[in-house]
Design a protein around this ligand. Structure first.
Ligand code: IPE
Ligand code: IPE
Ligand code: MG
Length: 253
């Protein structure tokens, strides 16, 4: 008698080309609230479950050979949610970070946070800075978490920093070009994402990495974030590998 084993997809599925994987994948982890609502649970339970999904995705990047992952955890617009939800999320981030740091070290993950971090609760800020410092030299998956992140805010703060340097005579107007501008973004030194995945069916960017996603391939799945798993990532990557990235040029077909 054969016992049906659950397929966990530990290794890269054989129908994927290991040489054509995205070198940087970004995810908009959406649908936590709806996931909980469908089960008659409070929204925060969806966020709680969403953490497990993210943990497995990070591990999957290592298992399958995707070197960089960026996840959208909290937008500059998410402050507009009910206070209890915002407070729950801030506490959750802090708790998860404290709990997972050791494991991230063991797994050689380098974690970075992008966004306006100065206004986050001070105890969360300490965990954030500690995790960034501790993992700074790690050479495994480069994991970026967008927290209190807004693409427009990021662009405006870059403009202000550049303007200040011009005012102080440190930069000339002619020095300003795309590569200089990128050095003033939170994502300085991190290559642009090749693939953006958004869960829960929404077809929008919601202020995520507006500059960096200029030429990313976009994949939207109806699956709600807590239900996202390696099977759905497999589908997304198969779809990605069928795309022809033209970058404005003329295609092969
Ligand atoms: C995404 O899930 C998580 C955050 C924005 C923090 P949502 O909370 O937006 O879930 P839905 O979209 O309401 O279902
Ligand atoms: C985007 O999801 C932000 C995060 C996933 C952190 P939202 O749920 O906030 O986006 P909208 O409101 O549907 O555009
Ligand atoms: Mg949402």
């Amino acid at each position: 008698m054969t016992v049906k084993q659950p397929i966990v997809l530990k290794d890269l599925p054989t129908d994927l080309d290991p040489n054509r994987l995205p070198q940087h994948m970004a995810v908009i982890m959406d649908g936590n609230g709806r996931w909980a609502k469908r089960r008659g649970l409070p929204r925060i339970m969806g966020h709680q479950r969403g953490v497990d999904t993210l943990k497995d995705l990070l591990r999957c990047c290592r298992d399958w050979g995707i070197p960089a992952l960026t996840a959208y955890a909290f937008s500059t617009e998410n402050w507009g949610r009910p206070l209890e939800e915002v407070e729950f999320l801030m506490t959750l981030f802090e708790r998860v970070l404290r709990r997972e740091l050791q494991e991230m070290m063991a797994e050689n993950v380098r974690i970075r946070f992008v966004g306006d971090l100065d206004v986050l609760p001070p105890s969360l800020q300490s965990e954030i800075y500690r995790s960034m410092e501790d993992t700074e030299k790690n050479t495994g998956v480069q994991f970026t978490v967008a927290t209190n992140y807004g693409g427009r805010q990021e662009i405006v703060q870059s403009c202000r920093a550049i303007a200040q340097q011009v005012q102080q005579g440190l930069l000339k107007l002619d020095d300003i070009n795309e590569s200089l501008f990128e050095n003033f973004l939170y994502t300085k030194g991190i290559p642009d994402p090749d693939l953006l995945i958004r869960t829960s069916g929404e077809m929008r960017l919601s202020n995520f990495l507006l500059w960096q996603l200029a030429y990313a391939e976009i994949y939207v799945t109806q699956t709600l974030w807590p239900d996202f798993d390696r099977h759905i990532l497999h589908e997304a990557l198969l779809n990605y590998q069928q795309r022809e990235r033209r970058f404005g040029k003329v295609g092969k077909t």
